[in-house]
Design a protein around this ligand. Structure first.
Ligand code: INI
Length: 160
């Protein structure tokens, strides 16, 4: 018979590290509020959420690495806001940050979630931070809950 494995969205007893960057804080604080609200509404205790602020998106992978390596968290959620400017700066930072978070998600053994906005305009970022295009912080937190549960289930399966 086919064995189908799903993650659940129950966060009771789970611990989360959240990295959030201060650059474009107007947006990032909305991503953070959405992520924390989502975790708490799914049963995560506020004491079980650690928030690490970093200066800009470029610093997110460093902090995420330390949170993941600490062994204290079931998942690490990365939040930030990159908005395109007049130079290629945005492209370099967004490519590096995205690649490093993806690498960490696979190599650390801990689910690492990507809630970093990369938009052309401030308006697009606002739309993704709690208005008409949802809130990417909420989405990243929901994905974190699901991945914690899924990874636990997959580890259990591999021990059978
Ligand atoms: N950091 C961001 O988080 N978003 C941006 O849009 C941004 N832009 O456009 O420059 C940005 N730059 C700062 C960068 O992330 C580092 O903090 C800085 O280079 C120091 O390492």
């Amino acid at each position: 018979m086919t064995r189908v494995v799903h993650g659940q969205l129950l966060g009771t007893g789970q611990r989360f590290g959240v990295v959030v960057s201060r650059f474009n804080n107007l947006i990032s604080e909305k991503l953070l509020a959405g992520a924390v609200d989502c975790l708490e509404r799914h049963g995560v205790a506020s004491d079980d959420i650690t928030v690490a602020w970093v200066p800009g998106a470029f610093e997110i992978p460093t902090a995420a690495h330390h949170l993941a390596a600490s062994g204290r968290f079931d998942a690490v959620i990365c939040l930030g806001t990159l908005i395109r400017g007049a130079t290629p700066h945005f492209d370099h930072i967004s490519a590096a940050v995205t690649r490093q978070i993806a690498d960490l998600a696979v190599s650390s053994g801990v689910p690492v979630l990507y809630g970093v906005l990369t938009t052309d305009t401030l308006e697009q970022a606002l739309e993704r931070a709690g208005s008409k295009a949802g809130n990417k912080g909420v989405e990243a937190a929901a994905a974190a809950l699901e991945m914690v549960s899924l990874v636990r289930e997959l580890k259990r399966g591999s021990q059978k």
